[in-house]
Design a protein around this ligand. Structure first.
Ligand code: MSP
Length: 490
């Protein structure tokens, strides 16, 4: 049985999750469900990133101890994933013993190997991004990424030899065109590596400045830099150093799904840590785009966040999931608005899919007294052939992490089915007493709906289940419309 190990970033818990966070998890969930449908042994990992200055500050503001604050915030994430039907297999918190022990173990290994060394650090630090900058990278004492104020620091710290592995990394990327996706991100990382010399990564913080972190085992006055700590989750969760069998079974990861904001950490720092440990590289790192509000990235610091729960309450889980994965090709940025969701719901879900289901069930009731005919020939219809092709086409699109084209293909079939109803004019068949044709007609529609609902279920698990229940047996009744139109669409 082949395995599929998929990960999401670990989310910072300093504030509540927004649409951007839910996007990565919904995408990962959809992929995990497809791979399960294909009979693979799926391990879907998500979790929370709980150390570092940002969290320490948020805890202080909330007047709580860091761990108490983390416990409280983690439950918000867990609840959200439940509400969004996220079928993860494991949830890792960086404060768990199974994780902190592995981080310490790895620090020891790299220290012994000579890949970690002590040095004086002088430079700039951006707390919100938890990132170091050197003089040449900054202007006006602001962070090149988020444009907020940065602080000057000077201290003794441990460094990871990134520069030692730069040549190797360039070669690895060149030899593995699927290592970083989409291709725009591949080019971005490669050109960064070819045009800059990597500065070694500072992987510790003096305890005097920040105590909320994993202690460096060979230097108790230091704690581990939060990014070094967090990246290791991808192997600590599956048993590195303590559960060899599990680790062997799942590593290397088949897919690290991330947002483009954290590409460099995943495509430069993480591979180098793995290489230094002598481990295999992940098969693919896919960086998706950002959800924007107007011209700005949606983020807490910009004060423009939309709550995923509010969206679910307004539109339903599956409409929300569908919208995120359909509206924007995965990898590009998207513009978030209520108007855009309403448009998708009314046209694709209410009009196209909802109508197909409702009309078909209504016709089974009206022309067949709610009971499907037992036999009928459907093999010759082009619509059947189109529908049968879907599964293979989707395998390919899902392999390329291309959700929107996947959904486009499904909708082509849905719309062909709607057109088939209009072209066939079943009411005339009935009038003309063409019983056999009418039987085939309805059996084909039911066949298409059953197939489509199976294929759709990774995207829209609840709706697909309802459709499957409605069409499971030969007794089919109308029921309530699955996707009612939103009338005051403004
Ligand atoms: N804790 C780090 C990740 C460590 S992984 C070992 C982190 N956390 S985060 O909470 O700030 O963001 C995590 C992820 O949320 C981003 O990579 C991205 O996947 C997602 N998004 C956050 N804002 C986003 C948008 N506005 N749009 C789309 N996704 C975004 O970084």
């Amino acid at each position: 049985m082949s395995k599929f190990y998929i990960t999401t970033p670990l989310y910072y818990i300093n504030s509540t999750p927004h649409i951007g966070h839910s996007y990565t998890n919904i995408a990962a969930d959809t992929l995990a469900r497809f791979h399960r449908q294909w009979g693979e042994d799926v391990y879907f990992l998500t979790g929370t990133d709980e150390h570092g200055q940002k969290i320490a500050k948020a805890a202080a503001q909330a007047n709580l101890k860091e761990k108490d604050f983390a416990d409280k915030m983690v439950s918000v994430f867990v609840e959200l994933w439940k509400s969004l039907d996220i079928s993860y297999d494991d949830f890792i918190r960086t404060t768990e013993e199974r994780h902190t022990a592995v981080v310490k173990n790895i620090l020891n290994i790299l220290h012994k190997k000579g890949d970690l060394y002590l040095d004086e650090y002088v430079g700039w630090y951006c707390t919100p991004c938890e990132t170091f900058w050197v003089d040449s990278q900054i202007e006006e004492k602001t962070c090149p990424d988020c444009k907020r104020q940065i602080e000057k620091i000077q201290e003794k710290n441990f460094f990871l030899k990134l520069s030692k592995y730069q040549g190797w990394l360039i070669e690895h990327i060149k030899a593995h065109p699927d290592f970083i996706k989409p291709v725009s991100r591949y080019n971005e990382v490669l050109s960064f590596l070819e045009n800059n010399t990597l500065t070694d990564l500072c992987v510790s913080r003096p305890r005097a400045r920040l105590s909320w972190g994993i202690e460096i085992p060979f230097s108790p006055d230091h704690v581990t830099y939060v990014w070094f700590d967090a990246l290791i989750n991808y192997i600590s969760a599956i048993g590195f150093g303590y559960d060899e069998a599990k680790f062997k079974k799942y590593w290397p990861a088949d897919l690290h799904l991330i947002g483009k904001d954290i590409l460099r950490q995943h495509a430069v720092i993480w591979p180098i840590i793995l290489k230094a440990l002598g481990l295999e590289m992940p098969r693919m790192i896919f960086a998706h785009g950002w959800w924007m509000v107007g011209e700005d990235k949606m983020s807490k610091s910009r004060g423009n966040v939309v709550s995923p729960l509010a969206m679910v309450e307004k539109y339903g889980i599956d409409t929300y999931r569908y919208f995120l994965l359909r509206d924007v090709p995965f990898g590009l940025d998207g513009s978030f608005s209520d108007a855009a969701i309403i448009k998708r719901k009314n046209s694709d879900l209410a009009n196209d899919l909802g109508n197909l289901i409702h009309r078909t069930a209504t016709m089974v009731e009206k022309y067949f007294s709610a009971s499907l005919p037992e036999t009928g020939e459907i093999g010759h219809f082009p619509l059947k052939a189109e529908c049968d092709k879907l599964e293979n086409e989707l395998r390919q699109a899902i392999g390329n992490i291309d959700f929107s084209s996947c959904l486009d293909k499904i909708w082509l079939v849905v719309n062909q089915a709607n057109k088939f109803i209009e072209d066939t004019k079943p009411w005339n068949l009935l009038k003309e007493g063409k019983k056999q044709e009418l039987d085939s007609f309805i059996l084909l529609l039911v066949y298409v709906i059953r197939r489509v609902s199976k294929i759709l279920s990774p995207f829209m698990p609840q709706s697909a289940k309802m459709i499957q229940e409605q069409f499971a047996s030969s007794q089919i009744t109308k029921g309530v419309p699955l996707f009612p139109r939103i009338e005051n669409a403004g």
